[in-house]
Design a protein around this ligand. Structure first.
Ligand code: KIV
Length: 288
């Protein structure tokens, strides 16, 4: 249950920084719809990411590459209608920020203004520092994402742990520092050795949020569908599965089908009634 059940004030980047400074771990999860937003906000999550993982877990694409701005805006709006307390981050999909800084700021503006997100996120390290700085300069809080960056996984040799060699680890640290210098207020560290994540968390002032980056990060994020057992295609090593909602929903729908076939549903309690004399009158009028 929520540790903040009565809270309705929106969490801002400053509140998340205070949590890190006070040593309170930050919880973050994805959500893509109004009911998912209601559930995770009611549970007391600190940050909701309307992630482009949407493409895989909700829209059935093979990866996140095909996700469009229109899809991100629609799903961000759905989540925003539900959420009262959590800080909502809207993801910038692939090719919405990769062409030019101007394009990146314009699309960040759409997620922020039309989608209504509290901040925006994009993948990338030093190469995207100018983009992060321009978005921040435009007045839009920016959440960075480094390490394994799923949109460009093909360039990284697939979905592999990043920063394993000394040189690669230094490059991940440089990415993190570049993003902080560019004005990012927080940063996701995905699929890097926990020892490297601990060093980065120590060196940065902004909060690190880990996914496959060990317990030293200032916070942890998981994809909702992974942790409630709704996405069965594959489960990365860093996921802990807390429930089997796929089987729960499968069982519920199977029971419904059986009860329809066996005329057990609807029961008397699900039906509307006419008075007996009205039934007789109706039958007489219709000649049945
Ligand atoms: O889109 C997403 O869900 C993400 C998480 C993996 C952090 O970026």
């Amino acid at each position: 249950m929520s540790s903040h059940p009565e809270a309705t004030k929106k969490l801002l980047s400053a509140d998340l920084q205070k949590m890190k400074d006070d040593g309170e771990k930050i919880s973050m999860i994805t959500a893509y719809s109004y009911p998912q937003g209601l559930i995770v906000d009611q549970a007391g999550i600190d940050i909701i990411l309307v992630g482009d993982s949407l493409g895989m877990v909700e829209l059935g694409y093979d990866d996140t590459v095909p996700v469009t701005m229109d899809e991100m805006v629609m799903h961000t709006k759905s989540v925003m209608r539900a959420v009262k307390r959590a800080h909502v981050v809207g993801d910038l999909p692939f090719m919405s920020y990769n062409i030019s800084t101007e394009q990146a700021v314009a699309n960040a503006g759409i997620i922020y203004k039309d989608g209504g997100a509290d901040s925006v996120k994009a993948e990338g390290g030093q190469d995207y520092a100018k983009v992060a700085a321009a978005i921040t300069r435009a007045g839009i809080p920016f959440f960075a994402h480094i390490g394994l960056t799923p949109q460009t996984a093909a360039m990284l040799g697939g979905f592999k742990v990043q920063g394993k060699s000394i040189d690669a680890a230094k490059a991940v640290l440089d990415d993190a520092l570049a993003m902080q210098d560019a004005g990012a207020f927080a940063i996701i560290l995905e699929a890097i050795p926990q020892q490297l994540a601990a060093i980065i968390t120590e060196k940065l002032t902004i909060p690190t949020v880990g996914i496959g980056a060990g317990p030293s990060c200032a916070g942890q994020v998981l994809v909702l569908h992974d942790m409630v057992g709704l996405f069965k295609r594959f489960t990365p090593k860093f996921v802990k599965v807390y429930a089997d909602m796929y089987t729960a929903q499968l069982d519920a729908v199977s029971s419904f089908i059986n009860e329809v076939k066996e005329v057990k549903f609807p029961g008397e309690e699900h039906c509307f009634n006419m008075k007996q004399d009205q039934v007789e009158e109706l039958k007489k009028a219709l000649g049945v």
